[in-house]
Write a protein that binds this ligand. Structure first.
Ligand code: SF4
Ligand code: SF4
Ligand code: FES
Length: 246
């Protein structure tokens, strides 16, 4: 057992501040366990999201040390400590409701705009392992919002659909039993897929190892080949430098 200092950015609807807590951890203690320990034994007013504690439900996303966007239930505290401390903040690009609890409704609304669900064909075709392989990773998306949180594009284009939504586009576009086909590419274009600056931070951040940026690239490439996305429309002139030096 060792003592770790967990600093948490707090918000009560009006005011922001940082609280600091000492927690006993071992080398297997996850960040969510540390937050639950704080809530149970030190400060019942601390708010955060947790459900499955198994990296399945996607609810426990947080930002740590101002740089990593992680699932708190999948990440060990020892792997986050810097000089015995870790700073925990809510995810970015989403409105904070209280402490570490953010409002997911904006990106859920954007998923509706790209029809991020299965639209079945009338006559189902058999699905073989090679068909499943094409969408295997994308099917694993747990809607955690980590990629949405780290994406720099929202600073300049709030209408950008966001990486989660284009993962959904890809997932169903590549499904042989989905009937929307090219309509999905038109929807991706309407949701500013070409504002992506291909920094790959979504890919590096995804806790499910989904190749998010590569999927976006494939959708854009196909759209360009088919004339759905005009060549001079690519990147739409948002040539800004990101906070990550790209
Ligand atoms: S690759 Fe595109 S979608 Fe992913 S974080 Fe960068 S700008 Fe956002
Ligand atoms: S693509 Fe990955 S990071 Fe983004 S919401 Fe899905 S699981 Fe989370
Ligand atoms: S609590 Fe479900 S993913 Fe972390």
């Amino acid at each position: 057992m060792e003592k770790a200092t967990i600093k948490v950015k707090r918000f009560d609807g009006k005011r922001e501040w940082v609280d600091s807590y000492k927690v006993d951890i071992d080398d297997r203690t996850t960040l969510i366990e540390a937050l639950m320990d704080i809530q149970n034994y030190q400060d019942p007013s601390l708010s955060f999201r947790v459900q499955c504690r198994s990296a399945i439900c996607g609810t426990c996303g947080v930002k740590v040390n101002g740089e990593k966007h992680i699932l708190a239930c999948k990440t060990k505290v020892v792997d986050l400590l810097k000089d015995g401390e870790v700073l925990v903040e809510p995810l970015s690009n989403m409105e904070v409701i209280k402490d570490l609890v953010v409002d997911h409704s904006q990106f859920l609304e954007k998923i509706k705009q790209v029809k991020g669900w299965f639209e079945p064909v009338d006559q189902f075709q058999p699905v073989y392992p090679e068909d499943v392989e094409k969408i295997d990773k994308e099917t694993d998306c747990i809607l955690c919002g980590a990629c949405y949180s780290i994406c720099p594009v929202f600073e300049t284009d709030p209408q950008f659909g966001g990486p989660i939504n284009f993962v959904k586009t890809y997932r169903f576009w590549k499904d042989k039993n989905d009937r929307l086909k090219d309509e999905r590419i038109h929807l991706a274009k309407a949701n500013h897929i070409t504002s992506c600056v291909h920094c790959k931070y979504c890919t590096f951040t995804c806790p499910k190892q989904i190749p998010v940026e590569q999927d976006i690239m494939q959708i854009e490439f196909y759209g360009k080949q088919k004339g759905i996305i005009e060549e001079d429309n690519l990147n739409q002139g948002f040539g800004f430098s990101t906070p990550f030096g790209f």
